[in-house]
Design a protein. Structure first.
Length: 138
């Protein structure tokens, strides 16, 4: 994870579907592959950081799914779900990848713990593919 997204760490990553850094997935290189630990425990990518005061800040992720599966992407801030889970599937990724933005501006001037969750749905091919995780303030 350190090579893919410096400052982020991973917990509860299951062993199924070869998690780690993949050379190439759907035309993208250096893709992080995660998988929930089990049907109720999501794989979590976490980072604690400062959200700048007086600026609009977005957390942007570019994600995909296994061709035969789907998963739920959620964001927790300081341990609480703050955005509705997003289904990552063939229906939501018609081009193969989906860019999802989370507005962090409500936490401007605060230090927060961000947790991106790779949650199971039906426990079939639940791998999360991550091409990008960025935080940008304007």
């Amino acid at each position: 994870v350190a090579r893919f997204a410096p400052g982020w760490n991973v917990t509860n990553c299951g062993n199924a579907m070869k998690p780690g850094l993949a050379t190439s997935v759907r035309g993208r290189s250096n893709v992080l592959v995660t998988h929930p630990r089990d049907t109720v425990t999501p794989c979590t990518l976490a980072k604690t950081g400062d959200i700048p005061a007086g600026k609009r800040t977005n957390l942007t992720v570019e994600v995909s799914h296994h061709e035969r599966g789907d998963w739920l992407l959620s964001l927790n801030i300081d341990g609480q779900q703050k955005h509705a889970p997003k289904n990552i599937s063939v229906a939501t990724c018609p081009e193969g990848w989906q860019t999802v933005e989370f507005d962090l501006s409500d936490w401007a001037g605060q230090t927060v713990k961000l947790e991106l969750l790779n949650q199971a749905t039906a426990w079939n091919f639940e791998a999360g593919y991550w091409a990008e995780i960025t935080i940008v303030s304007n």
